[in-house]
Design a protein around this ligand. Structure first.
Ligand SMILES: Cc1ncc(COP(=O)(O)O)c(C=O)c1O
Length: 395
């Protein structure tokens, strides 16, 4: 990337994960040219929509039916509605630290300020002004990776709970991974209680494998959302799942889902191009090579300079969590992270030609794409090391 003064950067944000193919990828350029030839906006589905839906069903283990929309927030909104209609229940169990979009149904209870975490479990924290407090009555926040509190929440609220929603890899809060056995327990308890298990794979789908976290961890949810990488850089998301739940949507069932720009032909063609690229054998082999190289390098830097930080990762995305040396298991474990120091580090990296998105200094996620090379990763490692060793006394 180049800024307005013409300075060059290696991009370690990649559009928050949407640019897994990088920028100006020839397959996406070709899809855009194809769209111009076809007439890119219309109000019906084409053979390309069907092809992409079929490919998603081949890749994503839980997908028996697929519907398209433009953003991750829309996808979670519509699928939550279907879960409620299917179960006839209204409550949502969610995890602290996880993010599922900006709408009234779920922008509640995810990221309470440190001082209010204890209260969050009885009075879920409303994350934006303008969301009526009544919406919080439907949300039950619990900590991730805590089998006891999960069991307790399901035994107390199971009869009124429609869904449990989670980021299987919590990229939005320090890339926290599920502890061994936790997803399996979640699968078993939701099944027994008749609750829909909802993986929000907007970020994790296609990140490490074509099947998303459900393939990586071998636990299949009832439904999931996918997005970001799927559109190859264009606005496309999808939700999918078991036929009996997806058939709640019109015209088969009573749940409304419609919209002028849903399944717009341009992102559909880009999505098809993306899925085809991701299906090439060298695709995940290259991403895996970058992942290994980058994280071996980071481990070496952390050890050599005795840095009080970790860089957790899953596939082509990772977090930088300052102030601890062991993996975080839940939201509170990330409170050691200094946003101020992170902003200083990022400034130093920018000055040396590596772009990290600042996220206000929070421990969110960063990543690379299929067009990064081994040499790029080595350059990034050198730049990271340079600034980290200068500021290590603050860690
Ligand atoms: C897991 C997850 N769900 C939902 C969303 C919302 O997606 P969008 O920004 O496309 O609305 C995001 C975006 O970061 C996400 O990471």
């Amino acid at each position: 990337m180049w800024d307005i003064e013409g300075r060059e950067y290696i991009d370690m944000c990649c559009a928050h994960g949407a640019a897994l193919l990088g920028h100006a990828h020839p397959a996406i350029d070709e899809a855009l040219r194809q769209a111009i030839g076809l007439g890119y906006v219309n109000s019906f589905e084409t053979e390309y929509h069907e092809q992409l839906a079929r490919k998603i069903c081949e890749c994503i283990p839980c997908a028996e039916r697929v519907r398209f929309c433009s953003s991750g927030s829309e996808a979670t909104l519509h699928l939550i509605r279907a879960c409620r209609a299917y179960t006839g229940r209204e409550k949502i169990i969610r995890f602290e630290g996880h993010f599922h979009g900006y709408h009234e149904l779920i922008y509640i209870g995810g990221h309470p300020p440190a001082a209010t975490v204890a209260d969050n479990r009885s009075k879920p924290y409303i994350e934006s002004a303008g969301i009526p407090e009544e919406f919080a009555e439907f949300v039950i926040p619990i900590p991730y990776n805590d089998p006891e509190l999960l069991t307790e929440a399901i035994s107390e609220h199971g009869d009124e709970t429609a869904l449990v929603i989670l980021e299987p890899v919590n990229y939005n809060c320090g890339c926290i991974k599920p502890q061994p056995g936790y997803l399996e327990l979640l699968r078993q308890l939701t099944k027994e209680a008749g609750i829909i298990l909802f993986f929000d794979e907007i970020q994790s789908a296609f990140r490490k494998s074509r099947g998303g976290a459900q393939e990586d961890f071998g636990v299949i949810p009832d439904v999931c959302t996918i997005g970001k990488a799927l559109g190859g850089g264009l606005p496309l998301s999808a939700f999918c799942g078991k036929a009996e739940i997806m058939d709640m949507f019109q015209p088969a069932g009573p749940v409304q889902h419609s919209g002028t720009f849903n399944a717009h032909l341009v992102p559909i063609l880009a999505g098809l191009a993306f899925v085809n690229e991701a299906g090439k054998p060298e695709f995940y082999a290259h991403l895996q090579e970058l992942e290994t190289r980058f994280h071996e390098g980071m481990d070496r830097i952390i050890k050599m300079h005795n840095l009080n930080m970790i860089v957790p990762h899953h596939g082509a995305r990772f977090s930088i969590l300052l102030g601890r040396r062991t993996p975080a298991l839940r939201y509170e474990d990330t409170f050691c992270h200094s946003k101020e120091l992170m902003l200083n580090l990022i400034k130093g990296w920018w000055e040396r030609g590596v772009y990290f998105h600042d996220y206000g200094g929070s421990a969110v996620h960063h990543g690379y794409c299929i067009q990064h090379t081994r040499e790029d990763m080595d350059t990034v490692l050198n730049v990271l090391e340079d600034v980290l060793k200068d500021l290590k006394h603050l860690l």
